[in-house]
Design a protein around this ligand. Sequence first.
Ligand code: SD4
Length: 331
Amino acid sequence: MKRRKFLKNATLSTVALTSAATILACAEESPKTNISPTKLKPSPIAICTWGFVDANAEAGKALSKNAKALDAAITGVATEEADIKNTTVGKGATPNRDGQVTLDACVMDSNGNCGSVLCVENIVHVAALAKQVMTETPHVILAGKGAEEFAYQQGFKKENLLTQDRKKAWEEWKKTSKYQPIINIENHDTIGLLTLDIEGDIAGTCTTSGLAYKMNGRVGDSPIIGSGLFVDNDIGAAVATGLGEAILKSVGSFLIVELMRQGKTPQEACEEAIKRIVSKNSNYKEFQAAFIAINKAGEIGAYCIHKGFAYMKYQDGENTRIEADYFVKDA
Ligand code: SD4
């Protein structure tokens, strides 16, 4: 072989080898995920359960100003906690059957830290309180009086949560109440809010008074990490609303995140979690359960048992209400 031809061939082979090595190295480094690379850098997103336009907009706007995911989520839900027109969250919430308003909330950040408060009275902003449990105590959960006392130490104000309007409704309910847990589909308006911030980090919170006229001491899924809320910043997050007893038994939010880890889209994962609840509860036609979820690519999913569940999505300055697909189609 002529020297020039040999050199040319040698150069070509080197180029080919180098390219092959580069391709192999890239293949090894690329994450094992179904998410397309073009979708890996979404702009900030806030999603929340039900049609909470203002709360979701607050969270979305905070994200646009570079707030961290969890701070934006807590800012968003604070709007509902303070709104006495929402009878399932914060001030103005419906009391338990003994006339006490008791609140549940939790938070989870993008480092896997979480905090939760159960059955708290006289404190409006329980999601913010759950964050204080996370950051200022060695614990994850504080309940009842202990959580309330901790709130005062942290500078939270004592407030009467029972409005005249809710007191009247409770007195009316007492006249016919059979003192059995009454589950109806109208018992909703819990706010669960998930955020993906400018850094691509994910966090979430959930805050509620739970079921109207629940037994004193009853706690639902909303403040229970894994059931009402779960975040894994490598994968995504999910949050629930609906009948807490059914959601608790399926550890639904954790299930959704794990299904996404296995490659399901947020939509597929939400559908499987709802189908799991349906398959394990023969009375599923009598209650509502719903999930929303987000993954690292900013893809969203939502699914519920019965028609009528909607969620909000804020991204790029647009706050959109989206009706979720549902399981019971024969109603
Ligand atoms: C609970 N999951 O305490 C809550 C109730 C709820 O919208 O979501 N209401 O069971």
